[in-house]
Design a protein around this ligand. Structure first.
Ligand code: SAM
Length: 249
């Protein structure tokens, strides 16, 4: 498959990783030889990362489906409420991750959502995942949203600094939760790989300059009190452990 081979070489070049032909070898024998995580390019060109702690990371829409179905049933969803998001409003997602929040935002805004991701492997996995994922069943209504999320490999602070004031309606952050007390099986491979930066005061200042309407931050409950510069943010408690902080700009 020449198309697959050139894709493999291109991804490897971007990540500064060697290309290894798997043949009949197991992933763990390749990991042992190179002492690095292995990014597998599947025949359908989707990517799967095998981490050194034995976890598998690949693109999946996860809780997006449940959130979408709840939204369609009741017209309410915490993220959309926190953003007060309307059709046509432009969202900058500063922590793309697996793009579940960005998909929700794109579904409601119906316009492109730009998603920044700092971790190169997560960026490659999610970019391809969004391009190739074929929603089935009830998720089919959201097919257009997968095309509206535009991933970009970037550090959010550096990217925000380059943007003109008021260039997005909503600027959104969802940093990795700080010391979560639970062990969420689905999130484990993600935690191993993701960048753990929290939103700094400087980043927030830039976000408030760039957001025409609102800045929103998703945190785990109790985190707001740890950061005095979040004191002028309002709070919307969501189910269980999540809290959305927001400020009109
Ligand atoms: C909790 S996850 C985001 C989850 C995402 N909102 C979703 O719905 O799937 C945080 C993501 O932000 C990324 N990240 C952390 N610091 C960043 C930064 N400074 N700039 C851009 N992305 C960053 C991490 O690598 C991780 O993928």
């Amino acid at each position: 498959m020449p198309e697959a081979l050139s894709e493999v070489k291109e991804v490897a070049r971007r990540l500064g990783a060697p290309v290894v032909k798997r043949g009949h070898r197991t992933i763990s024998s390749i990991q042992k030889e190179y002492k690095r995580p292995v990014l597998l390019v599947k025949n359908d060109l989707n990517l799967v990362l095998y981490t050194l702690q034995g976890q598998k990371l690949f693109f999946h829409p996860g809780l997006f489906k449940i959130r979408l179905l709840n939204y369609l049933r009741g017209g309410k969803e915490s993220l959309i409420e926190a953003m007060d998001l309307k059709k046509g409003e432009r969202v900058l997602d500063c922590n793309l991750g697996l793009a579940q929040d960005a998909l929700m935002a794109a579904f409601v805004s119906k316009v492109p959502v730009l998603g920044l991701e700092k971790e190169p492997v997560i960026y490659e996995i999610v970019k391809r995942g969004l391009e190739r994922f074929k929603p089935k069943g009830k998720l089919k209504v959201a097919e257009f949203a997968f095309k509206l999320v535009k991933p970009k490999l970037a550090d959010n602070l550096l990217f925000l600094k380059e943007l003109p004031s008021n260039s997005f309606d909503v600027v959104y952050f969802s940093p990795m939760f700080i010391k979560p007390k639970w062990r969420d099986g689905v999130m484990m491979p993600f935690r191993e790989v993701a960048v753990k930066d929290f939103v700094s005061e400087e980043t927030l200042k830039e976000a408030e300059r760039v957001a025409k309407k609102r800045v929103v931050i998703k945190v785990n409950k109790g985190v707001k009190e740890l950061f005095p510069y979040l004191s002028n943010y309002s709070s919307l408690k969501s189910s269980g452990r999540v809290e959305y902080l927001f400020k009109d700009t």
